[in-house]
Design a protein around this ligand. Structure first.
Ligand SMILES: NC(=O)c1ccc[n+]([C@@H]2O[C@H](COP(=O)([O-])OP(=O)(O)OC[C@H]3O[C@@H](n4cnc5c(N)ncnc54)[C@H](O)[C@@H]3O)[C@@H](O)[C@H]2O)c1
Length: 373
């Protein structure tokens, strides 16, 4: 993704073209002769090495959360075990540590990030580190640091080293004044959580760096993600994952959202496949840099009803958490993702019945294995 610089003597302007399919633009020579942290860009070096190789070299930040380990597994299958580095500030469990390269990386430490990118010739970053909605509200200062200062570090490192950068956004990037019943890609975004504010900031900064520095920024707004083998990290949609675990373990579930709270949701396999697809496609196919992706929408009572088809004795009670309920009430009920479907062929595979079947299969197998041990 090189910056190709051609100084036009007559105008004193610099023409920038990027290797990522975006339009060339002009800016004053003074303003673009440096990359974001005053470090000369080595984008062209990395771009050449990337096109010569068959596969990217990927760094996943915040990789020990709900989504990172699954994504690493998918990417390693495709690009090779040693070409995908998981990183986090926590100690990895044994099975993760032995499944491929792992490194300590705090996204608040810019030099450490830069060292990892340079030493490992990273060509793609998937930036997963974040504090999610509910935990973010409980610690706004830390959420602001990780989600905003950490983001700035990642953006700068990626822009300076010609790295393709994926940052997930969320349904939480919308707010009570957004159209909630079918939320399009482009509409008013006035979220009321530090998580949402930081994600709108990430969308805008990524798009700004794309236009300003040619950063190959790609972003999907994920719905609430449902997974069986990894625990959610403190989001408002976590109840849906917990319902399955409690159903299998105790046959009872106490829900912290009202029964009719509808939110967009997606099974993890669809989410991870979408992430790989949007990172993999040629830049020319992207008419936008931030896309909604959708699969299904359901409320706690609808999910419970579907689970009860398999487990008729499951008992659901409600004990509403006002913080989570207020967050959920400000979020989209349904996501519109026509642009992702049109531009790069996004298509989800799991609807509610398939999701419930897949979750129960996995969790029942897992608990049978645990009982046998
Ligand atoms: N899970 C969902 O339902 C969902 C929905 C929409 C968007 N997303 C986005 O996807 C990404 C991954 O989500 P997740 O559910 O895996 O999150 P998670 O909370 O489970 O994991 C986040 C990880 O970030 C790490 N982290 C925290 N501070 C860090 C720091 N200073 N440096 C490096 N790492 C740090 C944590 O240790 C944790 O392992 C996030 O950006 C999130 O906003 C998730």
């Amino acid at each position: 993704m090189p910056f190709v610089r051609a100084v036009t003597k007559a105008t004193g302007q610099v023409l920038l073209t990027t290797g990522c399919g975006c339009e060339p633009f002009s800016a004053s020579a003074r303003s673009i002769s440096i990359s974001p942290r005053q470090v000369m860009s080595d984008a062209s070096f990395h771009s050449v090495s990337f096109s010569e190789a068959d596969h990217p070299k990927v760094l996943i930040t915040g990789g020990l959360g709900q989504l990172g380990v699954g994504l690493a597994k998918l990417l390693r299958k495709r690009f090779g075990k040693n070409n995908v580095i998981l990183s986090d500030i926590r100690k990895p469990p044994n099975h993760v540590y032995h499944s491929g390269p792992f490194m300590y990386s705090d996204v608040l430490d810019y030099k450490n990030l830069r060292e990892i990118v340079v030493n490992n010739r990273i060509t793609w970053i998937v930036h997963y580190s974040a504090l999610l909605s509910a935990v973010g509200e409980a610690n706004v200062t830390l959420a602001r640091d990780v989600n905003i200062t950490g983001l700035h570090n990642v953006l700068d490192v990626a822009a300076e080293h010609g790295v393709r950068l994926f940052i997930p956004s969320t349904i939480g990037a919308f707010g009570p004044t957004s159209p909630r019943d079918s939320t399009p890609d482009l509409c008013i975004q006035r979220p009321r959580t530090i998580y949402g504010v930081s994600k709108v900031h990430a969308e805008l900064m990524g798009e700004y760096y794309h236009h300003r520095y040619g950063l190959d920024f790609r972003c999907l707004r994920y719905p609430g993600i449902i997974s069986a083998d990894s625990q959610p990290g403190g989001g408002t949609t976590d109840y849906a994952v917990q319902m399955f675990h409690d159903a299998v373990k105790t046959g009872k579930f106490v829900c912290n959202l009202k029964p009719d709270t509808r939110l967009p949701m997606m099974f993890i396999d669809d989410c991870l496949r979408a992430t790989l697809e949007v990172m993999d496609i040629p830049a020319e196919m992207l008419t936008m840099r931030t896309y909604n992706i959708n699969a299904m929408s359901f409320s706690p009572e609808e999910l419970a009803c579907e689970v009860q088809k398999h487990m008729p004795d499951l008992q659901i009670t409600y004990d509403i958490d006002p913080v989570r309920q207020a967050i959920a009430d400000s979020w989209p009920k349904k996501f519109e993702d026509n642009n992702a479907r049109k531009d790069w062929g996004w298509k989800h595979e799991y609807n509610l019945p398939e999701l419930v079947q897949a979750m129960l299969n996995f969790i029942s197998l897992d608990s049978r294995a645990a009982n046998a041990n």
